[in-house]
Design a protein around this ligand. Structure first.
Ligand code: PGA
Length: 255
């Protein structure tokens, strides 16, 4: 496979200073695993700088979970992509379904955030995914394609883009989409990327799956066609689980 595998962890609103020991354990575990896939952990903003320091020189990348579209300004409580970069982050998640739902983030808002991420030199991890109602009504492919199209800036920087397909109903529920559905959606996303004006770069964008991925399930998921890695919430909080996922994916020989 031309695309190196990536296991990305999204800590969400979890983690205090004591949790930095988990980052340290992943970082040192990664150093001892030359064949491991690429690894990214997105801790809460309060831990970013310390997480970057813990990961220094180990190959573990540290990212933010969200950013404002603007570089600076009167936006109380927000953090810009430039600030994430300044703290040592190299990536940022954009359009996670929890933010789309809780803050009514539109595709246009997500698109502006991705443009902000690229302006600051960060990789954007764009999340798309259908609700259970949309899947049950047979609309999943259309919903996800429309989200992808409307959330991406017109000119895509393929070197700084990962796309995570995360069915909303599979996040934090212990339910995973069926392998055939994951493979079909990822093939669909790849063909949507190909159909865009800058489709020549579609082959180099990594497509991740997310939603209740665990050490026991990650290998089967990442071995599916057009699945290049995983975006993991709950199972990314413990270094032992995260390293077990890296090992399971390394054993596939993709990295
Ligand atoms: P989960 O979260 O692995 O806990 O389901 C995934 C995500 O929200 O990115």
């Amino acid at each position: 496979m031309a695309r190196a595998a990536l296991i990305a962890g999204n800590w969400k609103m979890n983690g205090l200073a004591a949790s930095l020991s988990e980052i340290e354990a992943v970082a040192s575990g990664l150093s001892a695993r030359p064949n491991a896939p690429e690894a990214l952990i997105c801790p809460p903003a309060t831990l970013l700088e310390r997480a970057v320091a813990s990961a220094q020189g180990t190959g573990l990348a540290i990212g933010g979970q969200d950013c404002h579209a603007d570089a600076s300004g009167a936006h109380t409580g927000d953090v810009s992509a430039e600030m994430l970069r300044d703290a040592g982050a190299t990536a940022v998640i954009a359009g996670h379904s929890e933010r789309r739902a809780a803050y009514a983030e539109s595709d246009a808002a997500v698109r502006a955030k991705i443009a902000g991420a690229w302006r600051a030199g960060l990789t954007a991890v764009l999340c798309v995914g259908e609700t259970l109602e949309q899947r049950e009504s047979g609309m999943a492919s259309e919903v996800v394609a429309a989200q992808l199209d409307a959330s991406l800036p017109a000119s895509v920087d393929p070197a700084r883009l990962e796309i995570a397909y995360e069915p909303v109903w599979a996040i934090g529920t212990g339910k995973s989409a069926a392998s055939a559905d994951i493979a079909n959606m990822h093939a669909h996303l790849r063909s949507c990327l190909r159909a865009r004006a800058d489709g020549k770069d579609a082959a180099s964008v990594r497509l991740l799956y997310g939603g209740s991925v665990k050490p026991a399930t990650v290998a089967e998921i990442v071995s599916l066609g057009d699945v290049d890695g995983a975006l993991v919430g709950g199972a990314s909080l413990k270094a032992t689980d995260f390293l077990a996922m890296l090992d399971a994916v390394a054993a596939l020989g993709h990295a």
